[in-house]
Design a protein around this ligand. Sequence first.
Ligand SMILES: [Zn+2]
Length: 142
Amino acid sequence: MKRENAYLTDKQIAVLKDQLLSEKERISNKKLEQEKYQLDKNELSDPLDEASVNTQTSHDIRFINRENFFLKKVNKSLEAITRGTYGLCDECDSEIGYERLNARLTAELCIACKEEAEHLENNNFYDKKSKSLGRALHDAIR
Ligand SMILES: [Zn+2]
C-alpha cells in the first residue's frame, strides 16, 4: 500500500491535473489532424508518389507511437491522481516533488531512482529493454 501524496496541496494537484488534461487534449487534437491527413493521402493514386508516401507513413507511425506512449503516461498519471498516489515514486514511494512534477508531469520516479535507472541503462544493455526481464537475464548469465 502506497503512502498518500499528502505533501502536495490540493491546489498544486489541481494545477498539475489541469496541465495533464491539456496535454491529453493536445495529443487528441493532433491525432485527429493526423488521421485527417492520412485520409487525404489515401486519395493520392500516382504510383510514382508511392515511395515518398511510404517514407512519410513510417515517419507518421513513429510519430503516432511516440504520442500514444506519452498519452498512456498522461492517462496513468491522471489515474494516479484519482487514486491519490500521484507524485509518489513507483520504485521507493518517496515524494517526487512538486518542482519536478511541474517540469515533468508524467514523472514516475524520484530523482534518486531515476538516476539509478539511467545509470543501469548506461551500464547494462539488458536493463534497457525491460527492467524485470533485464534483471532475470542478468542473474541468469552471472
Ligand atoms: Zn524513488
